[in-house]
Write a new protein. Structure first.
Lengths: 246, 567
């Protein structure tokens, strides 16, 4: 379960995220969409405990990220758009590092399948410097998934992946949700959002523009009926023709 | 197209200077810049004015430079390892190689661009070699240096182009290097022959000065003179002071430079692929250079064979210690830490045990190394928060309390340094107890120091690393994070400022432990050994308590720090 209540994040006079609330139940996938600079990454970073909300709260698996951060993060996997890897640890050692941090006792049984699933088996002894951009992203994903998180936060998860990798990643996200994880993903790939997400949260200039299933959003704006998610998105965010008055 | 190249060079230089100048508006950079200037003045300019190099020293330096240049060129011709001569930046490869620019145009740009670096080198070397501040001599030497370094630079470029051309023709590997190998083998043989023929001049010399004169005389005679002639031709204007001979030598050197320009520009080798490859290589080299400049050693793919096992269960923060230990293992930092104690122990076994005075010398040397490791160890072992703050978003998602993260980072370095220092204490103990003669320090004090050393040194290093990590966490703008950082005078000044701050911080941190240790000593002062032991242990405990308080505070700071704060 991921729960966000009245989340606001200020940087001095600038409000990056302004009083947003949503909840993602186990098995649900929430798509966070919005134009560049809308506040998506700030929201995800608040969810992951990287930055603290100025106002409001975030809870993961029932634990407040600010007051009970360690317990909340045990349930979390955050996969950023830009993978952060240690230069001197090999692919396999990254997994061992994560296993120790999250207490994955059966790491020996898990490493092989995870590496195979992400086509990293041959690179298990490689340093990040020797990996392509896509492989680094796959390693970041492998690190995130190793401990079976129940709260999955993904920022542009398909960046850098090849078509096969994208397909597998989509399947993995869906499988994790089916297994009971609450997933929040941010992406500009609206087809991905349309395919995977049970709910959509449209954010613009830090504020919620629309929230609900695609049917609920379209229901609230009858003039958008029968149009694609891309058209709906552009209309809601005022990023194209036919914008909707909020 | 020349206009575009000139524009690129000019604007790049202007923007770089502007950026550096704009940084000076920030007080910390302004103070650092001032300190950096003082530093460079103290070490270079001050000596240039007051303690100018004499003629002999200059000749010796240039003679060594000549030999080094010849050796370096021979290596480049044979092995072609100097890829940087052909290296363009990644942006240049992307923008210029895809533009409608001829190969000659690209080479011309490369030559023009290299002049910036050459001019800086000329100024620096002119200042260093300046004798008694004579401006005319400086100008002559500067011009000579410019011609010599430009010729060398063009020669490197020529080698790069020649090798690229040979590769294009399908001549690679040993076949490509064979002609150069034969030429340089013949040159080496010629020099060897000259020395063998006149060895009595060297062996008969009574002192270093006469030995050097003998070597110079031999090199001045054929066949060695023929080998060194091109280098001498290029460097002669740097060495000569009289205007007449200098002008003649300068004209000759200019002619040599012109020949190089012609050689390089007339090359029609398809060098683009080699240049693109070299640009990637240079980009990596720059990263590694920056890393080493800041003490962050580089891990190579070869070194990953060395590893340390990690259990999947247990205290999570140990994973951070393990990660940092792997870095130390793979960058040979562990090995480097073992060198001082092993070296001294070897020396002690060889010389120290037979002579009481040598024992004291080895004990003092051990003490010097302990202090040096304490002061400079944390500067070179930076794989803690000073590196990991760049991965802050990832670190902050780990389910580890902030104080544990900080403690793990601090202890990674502190444990390694303390272990090396304890070994040095062991050497000092052996030096003072095994050597014959009366030790200046009572035996019970030596034993007490040896017993208390592990706890005391661990506390001391932990405190020191906590200060370094604390500065990075609380004032990241003052510390170079990771491998990359600004260079220049202000970077040197900033490093000095932070070092001074660390020293002052450590001194302040030691006040209370020293007082507590002093009290502990006084309580047991009737028995010197026990008093020393108690004093050191009390000081260690108080210092550890202080460090833990700092770590707890920094842990809270870690939990609230945001990536935007780190930059």
């Amino acid at each position: 379960m991921i729960s966000v209540s009245n989340l606001t994040k200020n940087y001095g006079d600038f409000t990056a995220v302004d009083d947003i609330s949503f909840a993602v139940a186990p098995g649900e996938v929430l798509g966070l969409v919005g134009p560049n600079g809308a506040g998506k990454t700030t929201t995800l970073r608040c969810l992951a405990g990287i930055i603290a909300p100025s106002v409001g709260s975030v809870a993961l698996a029932g634990h407040d990220v600010r007051t009970d951060g360690v317990a909340a993060k045990r349930a979390l996997a955050f996969i950023p758009d830009e993978p952060h890897l240690f230069d001197h640890l090999t692919v396999e050692e990254h997994l061992r590092f994560v296993a120790r941090v999250f207490g994955v006792a059966d790491v020996e049984q898990r490493i092989g399948p995870v590496l195979a699933e992400l086509e990293l088996t041959e690179k298990r002894r490689s340093l990040p410097d020797e990996l392509s951009r896509g492989m680094k992203q796959k390693l970041a994903i492998a690190c995130g998934l190793l401990h079976d998180p129940t709260a999955l936060v993904l920022d542009e998860p398909l960046t850098g992946l090849d078509p096969g990798g994208m397909r597998r990643m989509r399947a993995t996200i869906a499988a994790r949700a089916r297994a009971g994880a609450a997933v929040v993903l941010s992406s500009h790939l609206l087809t991905l959002v349309e395919e995977l997400c049970t709910k959509i949260f449209v954010i613009r200039r830090g504020r919620c523009v629309a929230y609900g299933s695609l049917a609920e959003i379209v229901g609230a704006h009858p003039e958008l009926g029968g149009r694609s998610l891309e058209d709906v998105f552009l209309a809601l965010t005022g990023d194209g023709e036919g914008q909707v008055a909020s | 197209m020349t206009g575009a190249f000139w524009y690129l060079i000019r604007t790049s230089m202007r923007n770089r200077l502007r950026r550096q100048a704009s940084r000076l508006r920030t007080p910390r950079y302004a103070v650092a810049f001032a300190l950096g200037i003082v530093y460079f003045w103290f070490f270079f300019l001050r000596n240039a004015r007051t303690g100018a190099l004499d003629a002999t020293t200059t000749v010796v330096m240039l003679a060594f430079a000549g030999v080094a240049v010849l050796g370096y060129l021979a290596w480049s011709w044979v092995f072609g390892t100097d890829r940087t001569a052909l290296a363009f930046t990644r942006a240049e490869v992307a923008m210029l190689f895809t533009a409608p620019v001829s190969r000659r145009g690209l080479i011309l740009y490369k030559i023009a661009q290299s002049q910036l670096g050459i001019l800086v080198s000329v100024v620096i070397w002119s200042v260093i070699l300046n004798r008694a501040g004579d401006p005319v001599a400086s100008l002559m030497r500067g011009l000579g240096l410019w011609v010599a370094i430009s010729t060398l630079s063009l020669h490197r470029l020529g080698i790069g182009l020649w090798r690229a051309g040979a590769t294009e023709l399908g001549v690679g590997g040993a076949r490509r290097s064979l002609p150069a190998l034969l030429v340089f083998a013949a040159a080496l043989g010629a020099v060897g022959w000259s020395f063998w023929s006149h060895w009595e001049w060297v062996s008969g010399a009574s002192d270093a000065r006469r030995t050097f004169d003998a070597i110079v005389s031999i090199v001045d005679l054929p066949p060695a003179a023929i080998v060194f002639y091109p280098v001498k031709l290029a460097f002669a204007p740097v060495m000569l002071r009289d205007p007449g001979p200098w002008a003649f030598a300068f004209m000759q050197a200019l002619l040599l430079l012109s020949l190089h320009v012609w050689w390089v520009l007339s090359s029609d080798a398809a060098f683009e692929e080699a240049a693109a490859e070299a640009s990637e290589h240079r980009a990596k080299q720059i990263e590694q250079l920056r890393a080493r400049r800041g003490g962050t050693a580089v891990v190579t793919a070869k070194s990953v064979r060395r590893t340390i096992p990690l259990s999947a269960t247990g205290t999570p923060a140990i994973a951070i210690v393990w990660k940092n230990a792997l870095w130390m293992l793979r960058t040979n930092q562990f090995r480097a830490l073992l060198i001082p104690p092993l070296m001294l122990f070897g020396g002690l076994l060889a010389f120290g045990t037979s002579d009481g005075k040598m024992g004291i010398v080895f004990a003092v040397l051990s003490g010097v190394f302990i202090v040096m490791l304490l002061l400079f160890g944390p500067v070179s072992m930076r794989n803690d928060l000073r590196s990991d703050l760049l991965h802050l978003p990832m670190l902050k998602t780990l389910p580890i309390p902030g104080r544990h993260v900080v403690l793990a980072q601090v202890m990674s370095g502190a444990l390694s340094l303390a272990a090396s220092q304890v070994l040095l204490v062991g050497v000092a103990y052996a030096s003072l107890t095994l050597s014959p003669g009366k030790s200046p320090v009572p035996l019970q004090v030596i034993v007490a120091c040896a017993i208390a050393a592990p706890a005391f040194l661990l506390a001391l290093n932990a405190a020191n690393f906590t200060l370094h990590n604390g500065l990075a966490l609380l004032f990241p703008g003052w510390v170079r994070l990771g491998e990359n950082g600004p260079g220049g005078v202000e970077a040197t000044g900033q490093m000095m400022l932070t070092s001074l701050a660390m020293l002052l911080g450590l001194a302040l941190l030691l006040v209370v432990p020293a007082l507590a240790g002093g009290v502990g000593y006084l309580v047991f002062s009737t028995e010197m050994g026990t008093a020393t032991l108690v004093g050191l242990l009390v000081a260690a405990v108080v210092l550890a308590a202080e460090t833990w308080l700092m770590v707890s505070g920094l842990g809270r700071a870690f939990e609230t720090v945001e990536p935007t704060h780190v930059g």
